[in-house]
Design a protein around this ligand. Structure first.
Ligand code: INI
Length: 154
């Protein structure tokens, strides 16, 4: 039986973190979690991490696509926070962000990790940004590390 599975070690691999500014109070903690996970779990050096800032989650797919096309990165981590308001705006921003990032991942054949939290309230967002529900930025980074290792074996 052959089992292919990834570890987290990724020394020398290059990562782009595409991060939105919208809801930066939350997003900054997700970014911090992602960088910490890359460094402590993946053994990734600061110099191998590129952070690219965009206005909002809606803009993440285009910049992720551009980053993928450079051929400079082994994985891309997309980070943002879409918090529901009183209008349908949330659904459009969250939906397009999610759909676009999934498309970039499949088209580029580079792992694009989904660190965009989508919540009904600010409280839920805080819970997922380094408090009682963990840090979804760190989880996204771990996903990217594992995927880089899985793909290297295929
Ligand atoms: N962008 C977010 O990242 N999160 C949100 O919660 C959000 N809401 O609710 O409006 C949001 N909107 C901005 C959007 O991503 C674009 O930047 C904007 O529409 C310009 O294209």
């Amino acid at each position: 039986m052959n089992i292919i599975e990834g570890s987290f070690e990724a020394k020398g691999k290059k990562f782009a973190i595409v991060v939105s500014r919208f809801n930066h109070f939350i997003v900054d903690s997700l970014l911090e979690g992602a960088i910490d996970a890359l460094k402590r779990s993946g053994n990734v050096q600061d110099s191998d991490i590129t952070v690219i800032r965009v206005p909002g989650a809606y803009e993440l797919p285009l910049v992720a696509k551009k980053a993928a096309k450079t051929g400079k990165f082994d994985a891309i981590i997309a980070i943002g926070a879409v918090i529901r308001g009183g209008t349908p705006h949330f659904d459009f921003v969250a939906g397009e962000s999610n759909k676009g990032l999934a498309q970039v991942c499949l088209d580029s054949e580079i792992p694009v990790s989904f660190g965009v939290i989508t919540t009904d309230s600010i409280e839920q967002a805080i819970e997922r940004a380094g408090t009682k529900a963990g840090n979804k930025g760190a989880e996204a980074a771990l996903g990217a590390l594992e995927m880089v290792n899985v793909l290297a074996q295929l």
